[in-house]
Design a protein around this ligand. Structure first.
Ligand code: AMP
Length: 435
């Protein structure tokens, strides 16, 4: 029979690697929740139009979407990014504003799969709806920055730009249109014919022809209106005040169509340049209206969690071997009675992290499992211990030959706690996720 494998561009994340994901998600949740953001869990698929509204002319929506017709004839698509669903949810439920939300979920894009580019990747993001205060832009950027810092990344760079609003963007667009019209035959194959559809996208094109042809293109920053210019100035002041280093990149237009005013992107200097984007986001002050809601400004970011972990690999941080062990105790039973069953249950009820061997395996093989489990202590229940109402405690990190310590069953929990306290890093349930 054919051997089943994960579809191209997807992968299984197994233990112990998955422990890094748990830690990453816990960090993200802790940071954004401490700033007043609430979790939104929305469907993995939506009416295809929800995504078409946000990016009709983008590759993500035009070419890469997992689109399908369900058995009821509905046109649906798997989410390619997170913002559209949050905006749809806002329009549907009309929560009080400002609505500060976060999510962590897979995104699906039919891309050419390669290292750091998957067909299912995972994004953690936040969105704030209902305020255009530039201090919110600073808050959003600062939270992403704090997240990268919290996992130990040092080689993260931040680019910011402003794309103007409904007043100044059309004026700029027209200037850019005129500029591109005069140079259309110098653009790449795709943009030679499509530049007019969304002239800003040409600035985002990485093909050398487009990069060269647009080197002197006009910048939105030179066209910002009386409302957008001070808004952007306040954002830059805020970043400087918080000590967050950034560069202004007038070519930063981002992939999706809906951005207005502040846009930003984080990249890693540790990663290869084609796949070095860690995340990005920006304002989308017209998107709620576009989706059928009342005029409502919004801003958010999406961070690629797969890429964040690749950057961690390259910077040598958040290593599996640095995570604290997941277990306190491993119970082995050579007596073959009820000991392992009953004691393991008691340990867990007392809040200790405990696992055990099953299937009456040999002492040698049970002790090997104890070693492999990463637990600090093994509890050994042999016939002598059963007869005496005792349990032997073996420190799995002690030098070979260190004598085991025998305690009465009644005193067991206290003795284990005493020993774990002497190694603070392993104390308490799921301590490694909350540190
Ligand atoms: P975007 O919505 O394209 O700005 O994506 C946000 C972030 O998600 C990017 O900065 C990447 O870190 C990550 N990302 C996007 N597409 C992929 C992909 N195909 N595979 C892995 N990560 C991705």
């Amino acid at each position: 029979m054919a051997e089943f494998r994960t579809p191209i561009g997807t992968r299984d994340i197994l233990p112990p690697e998955s422990a890094r994901w748990e830690l990453l998600l816990a960090r993200f949740a802790r940071i954004v929740e401490a700033a007043g953001y609430g979790l939104v869990i929305s469907p993995m698929f939506e009416d295809v139009e929800v995504f078409q509204r946000v990016g009709e002319s983008t590759d993500v929506v035009r070419k890469e979407m997992y689109q399908f017709t369900d058995k009821g004839g509905r046109e649906l698509a798997l989410r390619p990014e997170g913002t559209a669903s949050i905006v749809r949810a806002f329009v549907q439920h009309r929560p009080p504003t400002p609505w500060k939300t976060w999510y962590a979920a897979p995104s699906f894009r039919y891309e050419r799969a390669q290292a750091g580019r998957y067909r299912q990747h995972h994004q953690g993001g936040i969105e704030v709806l209902g305020t255009d205060d530039p201090d919110v832009d600073v808050e959003v950027i600062a939270l992403a920055w704090e997240f990268f810092a919290s996992v130990g990344l040092r080689l993260v760079t931040l680019k910011v730009n402003s794309l103007g609003d409904a007043t100044c963007r059309p004026v700029y667009r027209e200037a850019l249109r005129a500029f591109l019209e005069a140079r259309q035959d110098q653009l790449c194959d795709e943009h030679r014919t499509r530049w007019e559809e969304n002239p800003l996208r040409v600035l985002d094109c990485k093909k050398p022809e487009c990069v060269a042809a647009t080197a002197d293109a006009p910048h939105q920053l030179d066209f910002l209106c009386d409302a957008c210019a001070p808004h952007f100035a306040r954002v830059k002041d805020g970043l400087a005040a918080l000590g967050i280093p950034y560069v202004v990149d007038a070519r930063l237009v981002r992939g999706l169509d809906y951005y207005t005013r502040t846009t930003f992107e984080f990249a890693s200097r540790a990663l290869e340049s084609a796949q070095n984007a860690l995340g990005g986001g920006g304002r989308y002050d017209g998107l709620v209206e576009e989706m059928g809601g009342p005029p409502t400004p919004g801003i958010g970011f999406g961070i690629g969690l797969d890429r964040t972990l690749l950057a961690c690999n390259d910077e040598g941080v958040m290593r599996i071997e640095d995570l604290s062990p997941r277990l306190d105790v491993f119970v082995v039973d050579f007596a073959g009675g009820d000991g392992a069953r009953d004691i393991t249950f008691r340990l867990r009820s007392a809040g200790l992290r405990a696992d055990r061997a099953f299937g009456g395996r040999s002492p040698k093989s049970q002790l090997k499992s104890a070693d492999r489990s990463g637990a600090r202590l093994a509890l050994i229940i042999g016939p002598d211990e059963v007869a005496a109402g005792q349990v032997a405690i073996k420190d799995l990190r002690a030098e070979p030959g260190t004598p085991q310590h025998v305690v009465a069953r009644d005193a067991l929990i206290d003795e284990i706690r005493r020993r774990l306290v002497s190694d603070a890093s392993t104390v308490g349930p799921v301590s490694n996720l909350e540190s």
